[in-house]
Design a protein around this ligand. Sequence first.
Ligand code: 9WN
Length: 438
Amino acid sequence: MRVPVSDVGLGDRAADVLRGNDLGSMTAAAPRLYPHMWSWDSGLIAVGLARLSVPRAITELRTLLRAQWATGMIPHIVFSEGDGYFPGPQRWATESAAAAPAAVRTSGICQPPVHALAVRRILDAGRAAGGADRAEAEAFVRDTFGAWLAWHRWLATARDPDGRGLVEIHHGWESGMDNSPRWDQPYAAVVPGDDLPGFVRTDVDHVGDLRERPTDAEYGRYLWIVEQLRRVRYDDDAAREVVGFRVADVFMSAILAVASDELAGIGDELGFDDDAAELRELAARFRAGVRSTVSPSTGLARDLDRRSGRWIATETVAGFAPLFCGVDDGSQRALFWGERWCGHPALAHPLPPSVSPADPGLRPRTYWRGPVWPIVSWLFSWAFERQGDDDGARRLRAASLRQLAGGDFGEYYEPFTGEPLGSLHQSWTAAVALDWLA
Ligand code: 9WN
């Protein structure tokens, strides 16, 4: 039986996880499975680090920005010196890309833009602490504002070329929800070529139960897209022409909307009025895009397969994108807490699983096909708090702290038993726990 640790002990253990995964100027996403820096992990890790050390949180994001591409893209992986992860820098071969940074090895795709949430947290934590922390946080925000703006601008142009307010992704990895049922339809059209170079997976060495990870067939498609992008040297325009996977990701679009609002608020404080106005327009455009995807029959938001022109209607947590970015008329909030979602009687904790517990296709141990991801719960609790729904935020926080009470900081959790799955000591899980405990 799992012995719950107290909240005080939980905070200490979360801090230990972040210290244990600290590589100096970056935090590994997990000790063995993910020995490098991941983009959206680093944003959420910085949220947690801001509760421990403002300078260390700043270092995390400065490291990430050193990997930013000349186009503005922030790559999804910044490679450390460590190995044991596939695909590593040799397979990505981004040195062929004109826009890649010279001094840092990175992947060639991106992930959701949560970073402005962390920048805000760092600024607030620095101001609350005062003294040197305050000065360092304010200098950091001033120095890096332009880089975050360039990142948002890149998403709003290269990834929304026709201005419809939906971010287009070129790989399931870009969504951060790699093998979600959301991507089954577009991936079905991705057929790896005979000339796909061979590969040996390493992820399966680090997870005891192979059901918890994507299948080999899924990996073949993942690697084929990397190959397509590598062959056009990760050029944005060429990528849109050749890539076999082009999907408007509704949840990433919602994240871009709220993150743009956060950055606009910072822009106001810095006196960058034009930039703040541009970011607010961008937020409004992506909110309208998110709203345009809602299915009249289910009330959930949908992704759009840009290659086939078809809507992708799945009952996944991403369907709550409107609730997350504040364009809900109240019906999504009711659905979220209702029996098809957090109120489902079989759940171990009233938290949103990656797939509806009422969907017979839910696979309770398989990665983004059913488990509860604490970082997703955190994103909703952050959004609820920002919207003034203190009760909703408090409920998610309380249930999540009960879920994490064993102190393992799992990557994801079995929704019906509460068992931690995937990697243990996952950095971003520890980080969001620290934020909830603060
Ligand atoms: C591929 C690091 C990352 C997260 C993603 C999660 C998983 C990688 C993988 O791990 O993806 O990017 O190899 O499975 O799906 O959200 O950022 O924690």
